[in-house]
Design a binder for this molecule. Structure first.
Ligand code: NAD
Ligand code: UD1
Length: 348
């Protein structure tokens, strides 16, 4: 069985952690990333952690000539496609950038894959495709809808993958719908490194804890939740990384069993199934780090929902995967990364 995997966006936050998990599981990897939201230092550090050089190509997924070259040089079993832009606010300001990068970029990748007859794909989708859920926990059959260009770009790609699967042309396409990835590698060597002031909660909290930001604004304390603040399904990034290995192992098993029947389009949630409120996360982080985390309540953020957590049953039943790490471990590992690298990869 071929075990070489192309990892687009492999220098990024989730990609870098997944590269380690893939290596540990015996997969060979080639990382393809334009470094638009990541740095070479991440690749260097992954390489040190696995004690092996990384086969890295600096390139854009929209550069089909370069992609074709890479596919010609390697015999891939499949692709894990992380490459994409992910900031909701920026996507509202620059919709064309997001549709071009995330949607056109994915189409370019799929065309090259088809030409190379590599039809196994794991795609980074998001719980954002569920919009404001009608019921909780959210399972994979829940209605999908999005309100911002980032979310739309994920949903559009899902529709493209569904249409592709419907051609019955041997495609095996697994969109993994991540809930809220947080945490860092236990070594403290790699983690989330936002370019600017963080939009997401965990990196904001950790930058307050380390003294880079003054105080956290909690967006809304009047939701109908346990304490009035938003509730999310935070999942440790190393658990998430293992979810990708489980999805690939599943593909290997299915494709190996009967190479003439494809699995088509198979969306799977990657979450813990547990909701944690913003205030609960702040309290846990403060306890773990021993740092005071000043906060104030402010208005709700446009587009936010009250609560969002996964039904994690499908991942467990099909992939044999479930998240194992607790909120305490998510905070511990985030804090280790943040305190060792107050300026992210620029701390080096
Ligand atoms: P990230 O920004 O850290 O990683 C994405 C990587 O893709 C970066 O290294 C970036 O340089 C690269 N990239 C972007 N556009 C590219 C292009 N055109 N060609 C080549 N490389 C390109 O983000 P992440 O948090 O690791 O997220 C990975 C994927 O998961 C993204 O698609 C994101 O939308 C999705 N996702 C992330 C979250 C989250 O909370 N982090 C949640 C749900 C889904
Ligand atoms: C956000 C995006 C979502 C994207 C996901 C991962 C929005 C509306 N949603 O999800 O599309 O897939 O990130 O990138 O942007 N919070 C604060 N103060 C802060 C930051 C966040 O109180 O400074 C609160 C939010 O109101 C929310 C919770 O923390 O209740 C989690 O926020 P965040 O980490 O941004 O994730 P999501 O909103 O779930």
């Amino acid at each position: 069985m071929k075990n070489k995997i192309l990892v687009t966006g492999g220098a990024g936050y989730i990609g870098s952690h997944t590269c380690i998990a893939l290596h540990e599981a015996g997969y060979d990897i080639v990382v393809y990333d334009n470094l638009s939201n990541s740095s070479r230092e991440a690749i260097e550090r992954v390489s040190k952690l696995i004690d092996q050089p990384i086969d890295f190509v600096k390139g854009d997924i929209r550069d089909t000539d370069l992609l074709k070259q890479v596919f010609a040089e390697h015999q891939f079993f499949g692709v894990i496609h992380f490459a994409g832009l992910k900031a909701v606010g920026e996507s509202v300001a620059k919709p064309l950038l997001y549709y071009n990068n995330n949607v056109s970029g994915t189409i370019a990748l799929l065309e090259v894959m088809r030409e190379a007859d590599v039809k196994n794909l794991v795609f980074s989708s998001s719980a954002t495709v569920y919009g404001d859920p009608e019921s909780l926990p959210i399972n994979e059959e829940s209605k999908r809808s999005c309100t911002n260009p980032y979310g739309q770009s994920k949903l559009m790609v899902e529709h493209i993958l569904e249409d592709l699967a419907a051609t019955d042309d041997g495609w095996n396409l697994i969109p993994l719908r991540y809930f809220n990835p947080v945490g860092a590698h236990p070594s403290g060597q790699i983690g989330e490194d936002p370019n600017d002031i963080p939009n997401n909660l965990m990196p904001y909290i950790s930058q307050v804890a380390v003294g880079k930001l003054e105080k956290l604004s909690i967006f809304g304390n009047d939701y109908s939740t346990v304490d009035g603040t938003g509730v999310r399904d935070f999942i440790h990034v190393t658990d998430l990384a293992q979810g990708h290995v489980a999805a690939l192992n599943y593909l290997q098993k299915q494709v190996g069993r009967d190479k003439y029947s494809s699995i088509g389009f198979l969306p799977i949630n990657l979450g813990t199934g547990k909701g944690t409120s913003v205030l609960e996360l702040v309290t846990a982080f403060s306890e773990v780090s021993g740092q005071n985390i000043p906060y104030q309540f402010s208005a709700r953020r446009a587009g936010d929902i009250a609560s969002c957590y996964a039904s994690a049953d499908k991942a467990k039943d099909l992939l044999g995967w479930e998240a194992t790490l607790s909120i305490t471990e998510m905070c511990q590992d985030t804090w280790r990364w943040q305190s060792k690298n107050p300026n992210g990869y620029h701390s080096a």
